[in-house]
Design a binder for this molecule. Structure first.
Ligand SMILES: *Cc1c(COP(=O)(O)O)cnc(C)c1O
Length: 361
């Protein structure tokens, strides 16, 4: 097969260099004569690899020492429930900012464990804009404020970290982590499923202020307690060794690309090119999101006539442009432009869109 460009929303494209290196090392990793998947996570090779992955991530995102880095499992969805278990005491409440599908799900999955207070919600606007900060009804006694900086399905993004005062800010960064410089100090807890910007599914990355780990006294199994994972270097039980290894390779790749500032600039330019093509199409293509809240990572768009959708998808695939079908909740198309999607992929998509519009009139 010739060059294909993968615009999948998740699991998503991985950097080609990362895949090539994993391929080279698959049968003989680190001189061990075995793959990384076939050896103990307690062995010195794996422990050294795991430590390097954490050190590289700490360097990339300038993570202060009073934050723990955890390599967990269960997907972001499991942590929708586990975060309130860990950060809220019995009878406590938490504020949720809901500006899309995932924020709504985070709130509903948290509800068995904490009093969920939806402090702002843009559902009435079909999640096409962010709830204006001035209208958020934050509770200064909340255990935490949860929000979703980038909504993967609706294609809306907070371009600034909201100021929520002294209450710890919790962010589901599954679809935007490491896509631009990150000011970790603004957050109490950051978490992300790996399968969009980090590595394969089955790994969850968490960056959490250490003082928050000691918050809860409610009874729960150790496996649910973040403090236990932190105290055991994320090896309370067998971690996702393959995912951790690939995440480590991605962190090395990000450093070689010039770090998060370089990625942020590259991602900004990629998204601008695609939005310019949509906005400049004279209504042939349309993105309905408030321009101030448009996502750099996920760009949903519709064609002026939905009857053309099937042709658009068939022809784009034939041209080597994959996974452009929109989420079923919105229909139309969606192009995801994560770190591993190079500018050339966006150029190829834009050229295809122009050509398609010309041919189909
Ligand atoms: C993909 C995604 C999720 C779901 O992640 P799982 O790992 O499948 O649980 C949650 N939040 C956001 C923002 C996502 O993009």
């Amino acid at each position: 097969m010739s060059q294909v460009w993968n615009f999948s929303a998740g699991p998503a494209a991985l950097p080609r260099e990362v895949l090539e290196r994993a391929q080279r090392e698959l049968l003989d990793w680190d001189g061990s004569g075995m793959s990384v998947m076939e050896q103990s996570h307690r062995g010195k090779r794996f422990i050294a690899m795991a430590a390097r992955a954490e050190a590289d991530l700490r360097e990339l995102a300038a993570i202060p020492d009073d934050y723990a880095v955890l390599f967990l499992q269960g997907g972001a969805t499991q942590h929708f429930a586990q975060i309130p278990m860990n950060l809220a005491g019995e009878g406590g409440s938490a504020d949720y900012i809901v500006n899309g599908h995932w924020g709504a799900k985070a709130a509903s999955e948290a509800a068995p464990y904490v009093k969920v207070h939806v402090a702002a919600d843009s559902k009435a606007d079909d999640y096409r804009r962010l709830p204006p900060r001035g209208e958020w009804k934050l509770d200064p006694h909340a255990a935490y404020v949860h929000y979703t900086p980038n909504e993967t399905i609706h294609g809306v993004e907070h371009h600034e970290v909201p100021d929520v005062g002294e209450v710890p800010l919790v962010a589901d960064m599954s679809s935007d982590i490491l896509s631009a410089p990150l000011d970790v100090r603004r957050f109490g807890l950051i978490y992300a499923g790996a399968q969009k910007n980090i590595g394969p599914s089955g790994l969850v990355l968490m960056i959490v202020r250490r003082d928050l780990l000691a918050r809860t006294t409610r009874p729960m199994a150790k496996i649910f307690r973040y403090a236990e994972h932190a105290a055991n270097d994320s090896m309370l039980n067998t971690p996702n060794t393959w995912g951790w290894y690939l995440a480590g390779l991605t962190f090395q790749w990000l450093k070689a690309q010039g770090g998060l500032a370089a990625m942020g600039e590259r991602n900004r330019v990629k998204a601008e090119r695609l939005y310019a093509a949509i906005d400049g199409s004279g209504g042939y293509y349309r993105n309905a999101v408030d321009p101030a809240a448009r996502s750099r990572m996920n760009v949903p768009f519709t064609l002026h006539d939905a009857a053309l959708d099937a042709s658009f998808l068939a022809e784009s695939e034939a041209a080597g442009l994959f996974a452009l079908k929109g989420h079923k909740a919105l229909g139309g198309m969606r192009a995801s432009l994560y770190n591993a999607v190079p500018p050339e992929a966006v150029d190829a998509l834009v050229a295809f869109m122009r050509d398609f519009a010309t041919r189909h009139g």
